[in-house]
Structure formats: C-alpha cells, structure tokens
Design a protein around this ligand. Sequence first.
Ligand code: GLA
Length: 384
Amino acid sequence: MTISLASQATDAFGQVFKVAPTALVRAPGRVNLIGEHTDYNDGFVLPMAIDRAVWIAIGPRADDTIRVSSLDYEMTEEFTLASVRELPSQPATQWLDYIRGTAWSLQLDGLSLQGWNGVMVGDVPIGAGLSSSAAVELAVARACAHIAALDWDAAQMAVRGQRAENRWVGVNCGIMDQMISAAGGVDHALLLDCRSLEGELVPLPQATSIVVLDTGTRRGLVDSAYNERREQCEIAATHFGVKALRDVSLTSFAQRQDELDEVTRARARHVISEIERTTQAAKAMRAGDRALLGQLMDDSHVSLRDDFEVSSEALDTIVDCARGTDGCLGARMTGAGFGGCAVALVDSEKAPAFCTKVEALYRSRSGHEPQLYVCAATAGASVE
Ligand code: GLA
C-alpha cells in the first residue's frame, strides 16, 4: 500500500513539474492504545504510529513559493512564504491551510524556509480519528526542514505542528497526535509524558495484533464537545489547586471528590484513573502481559463511556461486538470520540477471523458500514 503511494507521488511529481523529485517525505497517522483525553491534562498517552501515512514528493524552488498538488483533492495550490508570516483574521480550514499553518508556525520560531514544489497523497482516512491532520502537518514540516536543511527535532516539530492546528486551523487539540506522528517507532507504542514531552518506546506484545475498527460514523472535532471537556477538566484542576489533573493522585481525588459537582467529578475521575491505567498498560506491555493490557483497554472504554461521556452508540456497539468475538483481549474507543474508530487487541492467529466476524456482526447490529484493519506500528515522520 505505502509503496504504491510513494510511487504515485513520485510519478505524479514528474508529470506535474517535469523533473524528478529530490526527496520523498512521509508522516504517519496514529491509533492510541490507551490514555484518552489525558494529553491536555498534562498526563500520559500510549499511541502508536500506523502504516497509513501522508507522502509528499518534493523538489526545491528558486523563489519563496510552496506549490503543492494534492492527488486526493485533485487540486494544485500555491502560496508564498511571505504571505504566511501573520495569522489569518479567522481560523482557516481548507486542505491548503494545514500546509500554510505549518509554514507559518515554523517561521514564527524564526526558521528560514525556502520554496518547494510537492505532490501529496495519503491513505489516512480523513475525519476518522486517526490523525490525518497531524500527518499532514508533520509531513509538511519534514518537507520544509529537508528543503531548507534545518535540524529535525521530533518534539520541537510536533509542538510546531500542534501550534498550526491550534492557531491557524483553530482546533484546540493536545500534543499526542503530532508527537506520535513525529516520533513513532517500528513495532512499538510511545509512552509519552505530555508535560515534559519525554517519550519512551514500549514494544508491542508478541503474537498480538492491533486492529483498528472504523465505525463508519464521523463527528468533527471542532464543533464537538471537545472544548467543553477541556474546560471541565480545567475547572476540576483549579478546584484542587493544581496546574492540571495530572497533579491529582487517585488517593487525594478519593478524599476530596465530594467537593465537586457530579459532572465535574465524573470528568476528573476519568482523567485521573486513565492516567494511572496508561502507565500500568506500559508496564503490562513491558512484562508481556497482554491479558492485563486488554483489561485496561476495556476499563478505559467504560470510563470514557460513563464518566467522560465521549463515546457514541456506534462506538459502544463495535466495542461490544469486538469484546464478544474470539481472540479479543480488549477493546475501546480511540481518539477524541463521538464517532470514528475503536481499537482492539487481538490474538494474531485469530485476527483474520476476528475481522470478518466483527464486520458482519457490527453491520447487522448498527446498519453502518465498518472498516477493520490490522495495523503495524511504524516509524515517525521520515525522509525516504
Ligand atoms: C484528539 C486530539 C488529541 C487528544 C485526543 C483525545 O485526537 O487531537 O490531542 O486530546 O483527541 O485523547
């Protein structure tokens, strides 16, 4: 799959720009194994980069223009670096804005960019909760860095990608998606401390497959309850007198939880317990204890459904179908929620039959058309 996307981008570059590209960059989407809605609470997350990515074939230009053809949108657009020195008056959300926003963000740190031509193509489904936008931002950052011969620091570039998304595109996301797209590792998940941005690659359990289960339902982040959840978490943190919910232990939460109203208490309970589950999950992975990892994923789903209230009927149904199918060690919704994808931990030998069964079961129970894929964990943004 990825090989053909690489050659599609390379071939199209030759056709559009009449020369061969000088490099090919890629940045992956991601699936989060556990640690949901914890990144903006300065907590821990445990995502992996997947074998679905955005690819850009690139070549330098003599002027300060970035000109990009998108094979997916069948459009060619360009802008000058001078035109992206200031933020637009309103957030801007066209596909080109993820590119403009990233160039703006790099320039805001004083980096001196140069113009380039590019042909972009990807297979991260858009709006499915697999971070197609972070993949675009990191691929563009990689392209800009390669053309202008800039140093590549994964964490720094992730922060710049997040800033593009927060301020140019106007989506108030945390740091998880950009960090894993920048710093993923083959066959590993990344235990990331979202406060220090220190990460540790943790090996995936042997003979175990990660299956992404797309419910076929979509809900946009921008107009979702994401910002409301963030505010509720901030209110809870302020109540406890700390910077972020990361600083509240399970014990002190248990002692003082009655001081909070019911909704705020439930939101805080999710975040504080999820941070604990996430560090436990990394330990379980290191110990090769996939049963415990699966159990923690199941618990995470219940907490997201009942306390954080970001699941949906479709997500609950697909998780239920997965849990009841042979070979499943654990399953949960993944990403922001309200639609999109779930993730399951499945015995590798049973994974093909698992996918066929869950597809049929979910289709008949929900009426939606699912897509299931076994995903490999890949490296973060790279120059190929
Ligand atoms: C989205 C955001 C992330 C994170 C998740 C929820 O994917 O982009 O920063 O908050 O939701 O865990």
